[in-house]
Design a protein around this ligand. Sequence first.
Ligand SMILES: Nc1ncnc2c1ncn2[C@@H]1O[C@H](COP(=O)(O)OP(=O)(O)OP(=O)(O)O)[C@@H](O)[C@H]1O
Length: 968
Amino acid sequence: MEAKEPIQGVIQASNGLEETIRVSIRLRPLNEKELTKNDSSDWACLNNNSIIFRSTLPDRAMYPQSYTFDRVFGCDSTTKQVYEEGAKEVVLSVVNGINSTIFAYGQTSSGKTYTMNGITEYSVADIYNYMETHQEREYVLKFSAIEIYNEAVRDLLSFENVPLRLLDDPEKGTVVEKLTEETLKDRNHLQELLSFCEVQRKIGETTLNEASSRSHQILRLTIESSARKFKKSESGSSLTATVNFVDLAGSERASQTMSAGTRLKEGCHINRSLLSLGTVIRKLSKGRTGHVPYRDSKLTRILQNSLGGNGRTAIICTMSPARSHVEQSRNTLLFATCAKEVSTNAHVNVVVSDKALVKQLQKELARLESEMKNIKPLPVKGDSNSLLKEKEILIEQMDKEIKELTRQRDLAQYRIENLLHSVGEDRIFKRSESTVQIVPETMSETMSETVPETMSETVPATVPDLVELDLDLRSDDSSLKTFDTFNGQGQEENSPHKVNPLFSTSHDDDFLLDSSTPELAGPYPYNNWEEVAQRVRANSEDSYKDVQCIELEESNQTPNENVELALARLEDNEGQMISTSRTNQVTSPQRKNKEIVTINKDYVSGGFMPNTAEPKRTLNCIVNFYPAEQSFSSIEAAKDRFQNLKLTRSKSCLTVLMELPPSTWVEKPETDKKAQHNGSEINFSGLAEGSRRKRGLSCGNLETEESQSVCNRPSEDKALEIIEEDDDDNTSVLNFATGKKGKSKNRLRKRSTHGSRLGRTPKREEAKETTQDVGLEEEQDFQSHSDWLLEFQGQQRDIIELWDACNVPLVHRSYFFILFKGDPSDAVYMEVELRRLFFIREAMSRSTNGFGRNDAITQASSLKTLNREREMLVKRIKKKFSVKERDTLYKKWGIDLKTKQRSIQLAKKLWTRTKDFDHIHESAALVAKLLGFVEPSQVSREMFGLSFSLQSLDQRSFPWKRNMSLPF
Ligand SMILES: Nc1ncnc2c1ncn2[C@@H]1O[C@H](COP(=O)(O)OP(=O)(O)OP(=O)(O)O)[C@@H](O)[C@H]1O
């Protein structure tokens, strides 16, 4: 068994190897004397491991008949076999740094010396053979020999017959003082020494006149080995181990050698060492508990490590087969049986000096440092910069893919939600063909679910968009920020709004190409709406320009300042909103902004919740807070005002301006007269019940025929209807947008749906037709503006009335009042506001009276039709206004990109959230404007329209939500 390579740097021992003593039995043949006496053998080797006693004598029955050991050698076994199978493995452990001991135990003349001499010879031969075949290491062999006789230790290599003392060394254990230790030169040298020892031992026996040895002989061979690459002086570590060849004295009892005098004493000493050996073996065989009497004899002291200590041990028990020696043979077998139970714990003995250890570590360190220095950097394939760029490009591509996938995922989720929602709404949302039907209580939840979750979070249903519009009017920068926040972009850190991925990454116009839009089926109920916009724009083009010019030349007031001015008046009349005393003079922008914020805060904190007291108060304020002599809406006042300006426009322009005062929201006798002159039955003197009845406005009673006609008005009867008289007039977008009328001979005939509802339309249309019959273009334009003015004034009153009925908050009224002053392009917003207010009032009424479902149709079918219309609108918008054209217009008008983006975002939101017929046309018109016809002066107006359209959408579900009343 090969021992493991020792670990350097550890002094004395490692690799503990616990094993039992290897015990073999060798049965020698009968010698001549025994044969002569016919001392037959009763022992027989049953196999290689067992020996049996075959005697049938009755008195022997009490003893065991069979014994088993590691190896049993019969009479015909050679010493070579005994060595090979019983000792060699243990002996050769010494070359690997493990101590080993070979014992020969047995009675006198049983063959101990005979066997041990042979084993020693074979061992020496094998050791030298090993060293010769392992030249990588250097070996130093040292030999010593002692004899223990009568408990006296003698150096067999010394001619002096002086007993040696035993010393206890802390590291080596018991050592023999002054013991000769001969360093061997070669194997012959060892053979000479062995012969010399044998002679010495025989001399002693001869002196004692003994045929058999009475002493214990210990031949000790120590082997030190080290790696050959290290010189001895530099050797950091070496292995050192000793093999002991122990030839014990005969184990027969003292009584058998009992004699008088010296012989008795000799026999007693023999027994002492042997008895002590037997005791130690017996103790060790029972485990290492308790005291082991190693020190009871010289023999056990010297061989302490070989007996249950650091080393491997083999015991060869020799025995005579003669029947006459049966008792000694049994004793030998009993000893062997005990020895078999003894275990040892062999270690590899590595001896390392401190100096050598330091040197070895230094060398190892130097080697490692050298290796570190020799390590070359790994070759880099190609240019690192190009690799980096490639990686960056790859990352960018992956990032785009991720965004695209995310967008597709969100889109798919949104469609699924819509689909599921539509299915679910079939049971709860019903409406007539063209009437917005009051939805059940679950409608509010359904509506909110229709909008993507992120969008719902972005715009809480109860947060009016006016607040954001207010901020927008303060300054461009703040409005940008606010609107971005509104749309989930450019969020502030603590903003609860989330970005809707549906919009965050898509192109500005992508939402118009949403493939989820179903096909359009059936008649398009709002044909040529874009032509309406063109007409309106064309007819009002000069007015726009003049207004802009006047506003610029008047006082360089910005839209914000106009708002401020109105608010200042509002404050003066209210006297409660803002304690600051103000006049009509324009204050500094900073101050104005601050005060507007104050109003907005009031609105958000207090005005948002239902407030029944304020609307009644503010309604009167809105109507009356302008004294007649100060009112901008007064024609006379407007004339004075305009005349004081440095007008550069033509007379016709001035005329138009005079007819389109900045604000017509207050009652004007002149206008009333004009309205009456045109056959209108509108009573402009307030909001008396009688006037409402005259106009057919039955706001409080929707069960009347008129009100039913309002609510059930087909969607075809929308706010604007275009009659193209000249099909060849295909004014280009650019021409239209830049104000070139070209050869347009379009006739715009406005048909007010709500006007019809109010009972004014027939007469008003008659007036229109009469005007058209004149045929003069200027007169037609004039008539058109006059009609619009009447229409506008009528709408104003309806709106004011509905504001009151719906408890619309003051702030909303204020801004609406300021922004929409009778410009022809305000028609859309007026119509939207009216529709919104009608709806809200109707909803309030229904919420009080209960819900009716008889005339309802399924939400799925209405959504289907809605989406068809949406699809058609998309196609028309795309066809009319290319992206390139719009960009050209934006650039020409100087609309900055952020403003454009903001408008488009609002349009997206409105477009996406428009879920019914009431809003799709207005939203389509607004979207179209924002995509192609938003001039700088219209930005705030358009945004306001979008904002309150969105607000209307959000608040639609509010009245039924948790039975709360309307917030305005
Ligand atoms: N296996 C054997 N084969 C042949 N002869 C043997 C064998 N074993 C021992 N002998 C012979 O027996 C005799 C006694 O042997 P040996 O001297 O070795 O006994 P011993 O046990 O050493 O006795 P003592 O204890 O008195 O020294 C010797 O002459 C030896 O040659």
